[in-house]
Design a protein around this ligand. Structure first.
Ligand SMILES: C[S@@+](CC[C@H](N)C(=O)[O-])C[C@H]1O[C@@H](n2cnc3c(N)ncnc32)[C@H](O)[C@@H]1O
Length: 250
């Protein structure tokens, strides 16, 4: 019997309306403080222009727009509706971080958790090349993997329930690695959506990349960046995360 394929990334497409119940701007305040500091330390004072690739709902970005002018790109127009509401002064453009070329440069490029969607080294290379293509020498690139091979835990289960008074969402997430020999892992998501006395269940699969810290450094250097790792202590568990801060070489 042929196994039914689970649709991927529905949270950014037909289920994007659930985003405000999945993730809130205030959840990103601590993370954003590290991104702001990393950018400020490298760029200095001034309202520098940053480009975010994979902006999603724009939660992290919402904490940076007081300091920086911003342009945002995402592969999904639907999820960007959340960012447009939150960040009305930001220019939003549909594009793929592996291939998009806006034909202009910025003071910095950031790729927050969206970088996780690069499943192979070639995809990671392509995203880093996009960052480099939008910077002049001396320009700054900041990104960060949620997981590396050093800290990944197979079989992690997480759930949360949020309500906006009309819809109550129970979001269940199961992270597992179906093939330890490749560079991707799966997150299976279930959404239990209660509205008007009815329960609807939807499922969604997110396939993300998993590489060693050293491969990240090697591939960023290959793309023309001098790389520095900055401690980024934001995980609820004991995992140590890092911001990978690159400066484009001359
Ligand atoms: C977890 S969400 C980002 C959330 C965001 N950091 C925030 O603070 O709201 C990940 C985003 O990456 C986007 N994405 C995935 N692959 C992409 C690609 N190849 N190019 C551009 N965006 C991509 C998805 O559409 C999704 O909006």
């Amino acid at each position: 019997m042929k196994r039914k394929q689970i649709e991927t990334n529905r949270l950014y497409k037909d289920l994007a309306y659930l985003w405000p119940l999945v993730s809130k701007p205030e959840d990103y305040a601590k993370e954003a403080s590290f991104w702001r500091k990393a950018l400020r330390d490298k760029l200095g004072e001034g309202r520098h222009h940053i480009l975010e690739l994979g902006v999603g709902g724009g939660n992290n970005l919402s904490h940076l727009t007081n300091d920086f002018k911003a342009t945002a790109v995402d592969i999904s127009d639907k999820i960007m509706d959340n960012s447009r509401r939150l960040n009305p002064d930001v220019e939003h453009i549909v594009g793929d971080m592996r291939t998009v070329r806006l034909g202009r440069t910025f003071d910095a490029v950031i790729i927050h958790d969206a970088i996780a969607y690069m499943q192979t080294e070639d995809e990671l290379r392509a995203a880093f090349a996009t960052a480099a293509a939008h910077l002049e020498p001396g320009g700054v690139f900041v990104t960060s993997p949620d997981n590396t091979t050093e800290n990944y835990t197979d079989g992690k289960l997480w759930h949360d329930t949020e309500s906006d008074g009309k819809t109550t969402l129970t979001h269940i997430q199961f992270e597992y690695d179906p093939d330890p020999d490749d560079t991707s892992v799966n997150t299976l998501m279930f959404y239990l959506i209660r509205k008007d006395g009815k329960l609807r269940v939807e499922q969604d699969l997110h396939v993300t990349g998993l590489f060693s810290q050293q491969r990240w450094i090697d591939l960023m250097e290959e793309a023309g960046f001098a790389v520095e790792l900055q401690e980024y202590p934001v995980h609820e568990d004991a995992r140590q995360a890092y911001l990978f801060v690159g400066v484009k070489k001359k």
